[in-house]
Design a protein around this ligand. Structure first.
Ligand code: 5GP
Length: 226
């Protein structure tokens, strides 16, 4: 498969894409996408990362697509595993070369984007891409990738969302108030996605998402025998 992403609309590229904007997509020739692409999105602080790690352990068919980001590496993060950590100049070059399926710029300056090459690499290996995106990027993928399945994850209450955000606060994620404002706006987008899952209990939420994924993979004929 040369290109695994189907494009269904004209794309804009080069403009800044902040959460809340409609930009942040790049053009690419249309193509057929047979395997589903799963997108986990939700509020900042909903606990997506922990959920995804458990989901990946449950479902070997899935592989996390590693985004490119301009933010600093946090302790424990490995280049090429959590992200491809790149400079602003490198990000600009990749934008010009239309290497991103979508990308976003956060109010505190960092840019992150989904590399088409990652989706192709995973699909070409016969596995199914799992994307972790903030809601605006997830909406762009939903519009542009016909077989995408979008899952919005939220914390059980906003107070719990805030608690989780504060618990993992790092400098490279911006000021806590900015992130809380963003999380409030993101919560209003929950209805735009195919599924909403409340991350109240990790095991339960993983089961719920696994059932969604298994159902879609079974429909696509890609689910391995248990
Ligand atoms: P962090 O910088 O804390 O790892 O991630 C911040 C937010 O960026 C998370 O909500 C994550 O889902 C989102 N994100 C990570 N990579 C991408 C990407 O390539 N595109 C978009 N739109 N969002 C991303």
């Amino acid at each position: 498969m040369l290109v695994s992403i189907g494009v269904t609309e004209d794309a804009a590229s080069g403009r800044a894409a902040r959460p809340g904007d409609t930009a942040g997509v790049s053009s690419n020739p249309p193509s057929d996408t047979r395997l589903p692409v799963f997108v986990i999105t939700g509020t900042s602080g909903a606990g997506k990362g922990t959920l995804e790690r458990a989901l990946l352990a449950h479902l070997p068919e899935l592989e996390l697509a590693v985004s490119a980001t301009t933010r600093d590496r946090r302790p424990g993060e490995v280049d090429g595993r959590e992200y491809h950590f790149i400079s602003n100049a490198d990000f600009d070059e990749r934008l010009d070369a239309e290497e991103f399926l979508e990308w976003v710029e956060f109010p505190w300056g960092q840019r992150s984007g989904t590399l088409r090459s990652e989706i192709d690499r995973i699909s070409d290996s016969g596995r199914v891409p799992l994307l972790d995106l903030e809601p605006d990027g997830a909406i762009r993928v939903k519009k542009r990738v016909p077989n995408s399945v979008t899952i919005f994850v939220s914390a059980p209450t906003f107070a719990e969302n805030e608690r989780r955000l504060r618990a993992r606060a790092t400098e490279s994620e911006g000021e806590i108030d900015e992130r809380l404002d963003l999380a409030r706006k993101q919560l209003e987008q929950a209805d735009d996605f195919d599924h909403e899952v409340v991350n109240d209990d990790l095991e339960r939420a993983v089961e719920e998402i696994s059932a969604i994924v298994r159902g879609r993979l079974a429909d696509a004929g890609t689910m391995s025998e248990p």
